[in-house]
Design a protein around this ligand. Structure first.
Ligand SMILES: Nc1ncnc2c1ncn2[C@@H]1O[C@H](COP(=O)(O)OP(=O)(O)OP(=O)(O)O)[C@@H](O)[C@H]1O
Ligand SMILES: CC(C)(CO)[C@@H](O)C(=O)NCCC(=O)O
Length: 756
């Protein structure tokens, strides 16, 4: 490392560091993990977000404006050790600008290099780093990632729901860095290094260089991807002595001896074997041995799970497959190999956990606008944003936890687009084609802002680039789904200070549809047949759900109609007549009076919430079924936000006085979910909601709309006595086809509670 550090740098390092090392002006805490090959840097900073604000107003329904809010953000980046000096200089120049009253800079260091370079670190940053034990940091980092981020898994990973960690511990943590450390983690603070091997990522990189002449890790890995093991390895099917491998229960494809052909078959000239085959055999030899060791240590320590960390993995499918093979094969599936998405940052994250500025009780969400996932090629002199792997986490505003009613196999997403090329292509091109429309709506929301044009161009450029990137590297944000694609769009709009593109449209629609609320309720009341009345309430929600400005099929038909205001009656006639595509209306009607209390996750503003959801809620309350109504805390498309819903209520009280009583006697509770997504991931919900849900003994969960009930949760079943009802109109051809229906078909799906 020393020699290479002294070499003159041919690239403009500041230019390449300025994007990943952004937001340093407010950085207050740093952690550095200097390993044998790579330096991982983490810092805590704050970001100013623009957010929407809804205020009561005497004259209007409510007043909307935008304001700034400061939120904590964690930044993580990784660099080859040769760039450490420049990175420290870059940081020093920015940290120097801090004023005294911002409090002292915290600095933590771990990894072998932190001891070696302690003096230098102090010199550069001006603070003596607190040195932390390496393995302790890796373990803390791993526990943190599992606890606070629910989209960590690369392969299957079902962290048990609820607060209890029993199902997780004990687990084996195999950290494959330059070398390999193997630890048994018995609980959050009880762990032991039980083994290790010097044959790790550094070995692959080092031997790979000698064997292929390629310099960078990425180049060697790329060669390995193209190579074949049968070039230089002897496989079981071509045994050295012609043995009967069937008797050993081995498949013929298994390597019998790594690199053996170089010893036995040809002259021992290196050119006789292609660089691709040499790299492949090397990758396989190392990964396979680590897999075998992991299995044995897991068995020795009674661990049912093996979690892999360290930058060697890098989400590389072939590596993960080889490492997993031995574990799956020898344990016959009883020990589960698991891969985290940010496996390389464990040490840095763990060091960072010592910071007094990191609120350990809060959860953090990955910001898809600024995290780059993984760079796949080493392009350190590129100006491309994605040339360095970065991870950015934003602190969640309110205390959150896993919804305790989830069954263990809960997966939020209905469709996995990672390996399904045709579906991924459909979604990426659909979203790409809506870029102009999204940009134009965002622009209209801030016409008087001076820099709106610049930010709009930036949005379009980054959005298209991110989508192209996901087309090439679908695993950048973990398993890819419609939810992740839609969330990425919301994150990017937020990042570019467009917190609520539909802010004015939503208000206009809310004002407009309130005029029809009293008549709608009267019409429902006029239906003397009880079942017909309920059917009308269901149709109301479904008709309302047509008001979905995120669906092109809807905006194509209704844009511009009636001064942009789609009439409720026009929406009602578009939806499928009964029997619906999935029609459990009779079943739910028959059970309705058995429910004590219903929790409804609502969807759009305007007609949807006012003429669909509120009359439905009123009917439930009139029949003594209590209601918890949940809206997003932050904007997403034209979904109604919690603050808009609350601001609407005084007007609703005037039109329908019963609502005031329901609120006052708490038979109706309105609450929010920490989300700015049109989809719903119940792995992270506010603790407050969990408490209300439990206190009210909610026994029916109603999810409304495509995002919450189809893209996510469609087939989810819940436990502890909770049935669920999914209500939505299919406003997208692809989804309609997937569910064997047609555009504007209706889903009314009841899933009974899971058996205990
Ligand atoms: N772009 C890259 N450049 C160099 N090595 C990489 C790269 N991507 C992945 N690697 C692999 O990651 C390994 C380093 O992993 P990691 O950063 O987790 O360990 P480390 O902290 O350097 O090592 P140790 O913990 O053993 O001291 C390298 O040896 C190499 O195999
Ligand atoms: C974004 C949601 C989920 C909002 O309900 C929905 O509008 C949707 O799935 N739209 C996908 C894009 C389209 O169908 O045009």
């Amino acid at each position: 490392m020393d020699d290479r550090m002294d070499e003159p740098k041919s690239i403009q390092i500041d230019q390449f560091l300025s994007y990943p090392l952004r937001n340093l002006e407010n950085a207050a805490s740093f952690a550095i993990d200097i390993g044998g090959s790579l330096t991982k840097l983490a810092y805590y900073s704050t970001v100013k977000f623009r957010i929407n604000k809804v205020k009561k107003d005497e004259k209007e329904l409510y007043d909307v404006s935008e304001t700034d809010k400061i939120l904590p953000r964690l930044h993580f980046i990784v660099l080859e050790n040769q760039y450490l000096m420049e990175a420290l200089d870059f940081i020093r120049d920015r940290v120097k600008a801090r004023t005294q009253d911002e409090g002292p800079v915290e600095f933590f260091a771990t990894g072998g290099g932190s001891i070696k370079y302690a003096k230098l670190l102090k010199e550069k940053i001006g603070v003596d780093p607190v040195k932390l034990d390496e393995i302790g940091c890796v373990v803390r980092g791993c526990n943190f990632l599992i606890r606070v981020m629910n989209d960590q898994s690369r392969l299957s990973f079902n962290h048990s729901s609820g607060k209890n960690d029993e199902a997780l511990f004990p687990y084996l943590l195999v950290n494959i860095g330059s070398g390999v450390s193997i630890c048994c983690i018995r609980s959050a603070d009880d762990w032991e290094r039980v083994g290790g091997t010097s044959m790790g990522g550094g070995t692959f990189w080092g031997l790979g260089r000698l064997l292929t002449g390629k310099e960078s890790f990425d180049d060697i890995l790329e060669l390995a991807e193209k190579g074949s093991r049968s070039g230089v390895d002897t496989l079981v099917r071509t045994p050295i002595g012609g043995g009967d491998y069937g008797n050993m229960g081995l498949s013929g494809d298994i390597t019998a001896s790594s690199f053996c052909k170089a010893a036995t078959e040809k002259s021992s000239k290196i050119e006789d074997f292609s660089p691709e085959d040499r790299a492949k055999s090397l990758l396989h030899m190392i990964s396979n041995d680590i897999g075998q060791l992991s299995y044995l240590y897991a068995k020795l320590n009674n661990c049912k799970r093996v979690i892999f960390g360290g930058f060697f993995i890098r989400g590389h499918m072939e590596t993960m497959r080889t490492v997993s093979f031995g574990i799956n094969y020898w344990s016959k599936g009883t020990i589960q190999p698991l891969f985290l998405r940010h496996e390389g940052f464990l040490g840095a994250i763990g060091a960072f956990m010592q910071s007094s500025r990191v609120d350990k009780t809060k959860l953090w969400g990955e910001n898809f606008a600024s995290s780059t996932g993984y760079r796949e090629r080493s392009t350190s002199n590129s100006k491309d944003d994605d040339s360095i792997s970065t991870l950015e986490l934003d602190q969640m505003d309110i205390a959150c936890e896993t919804f305790p009613y989830l069954i263990d196999s809960y997966k939020p997403d209905q469709w996995d687009l990672t390996d399904d090329n045709a579906s991924r292509e459909y979604w990426i091109s659909t979203l790409k084609s809506s870029t102009e429309k999204t940009a134009s709506i965002a622009k209209q929301s801030q016409v008087s802002s001076v820099d709106v044009e610049t930010r709009i161009s930036e949005f379009k450029e980054k959005y298209l680039k991110r989508l192209d990137n996901l087309r090439r590297k679908p695993g950048s944000y973990g398993r890819l789904s419609v939810r992740k694609l839609l969330n990425m769009r919301e994150d990017l709009l937020n990042e570019l200070a467009f917190p609520d593109p539909y802010i004015h449209i939503k208000k206009r629609e809310n004002e407009f549809f309130l005029h029809f609320l009293a008549d709608r309720v009267k019409m429902i009341d006029s239906l003397s047949d009880h079942k017909k009345r309920w059917e009308e309430c269901f149709c109301g929600i479904l008709g309302g759900n047509m008001f979905d400005w995120g669906a092109k099929a809807v905006t194509d038909i209704f844009d511009g109609a009636n001064d942009g205001l789609l009439q409720f009656s026009a929406a009602l006639v578009k939806i499928q007549a009964r029997p619906w595509l999935v029609d459990h209306f009779d079943a739910i009607y028959d059970k309705l009076n058995t429910y004590k209390s219903v929790c409804i996750f609502c969807d759009n503003s305007g007609a949807d919430v006012i003429l669909g959801v509120l009359p439905f809620v009123r009917q439930l309350l009139r029949e003594n079924i209590q209601v918890v109504l949940v809206a997003n805390s932050k904007p997403a498309l034209n979904d109604v936000t919690y603050s808009e819903l609350i601001a609407l209520m005084p007007k609703v009280f005037q039109l329908c006085p019963e609502f005031e009583q329901f609120i006052n006697n708490e038979s109706l509770i309105i609450t929010d979910i920490e989300s700015s997504s049109p989809c719903l991931n119940l792995k992270t919900v506010p603790t407050r909601l969990v408490e209300i849900f439990a206190a009210k003994k909610c026994d029916l969960l109603i999810l409304e709309g495509m995002g919450r009930a189809i893209h996510t949760n469609y087939k989810s079943q819940f436990k502890i006595g909770t049935d669920s009802l999914k209500l939505a109109v299919l406003k997208n051809d692809w989804i309609a086809k997937k569910l064997n229906g047609k555009l504007f078909d209706v889903i009314c799906r009841l899933d009974e509670k899971a058996e205990p």
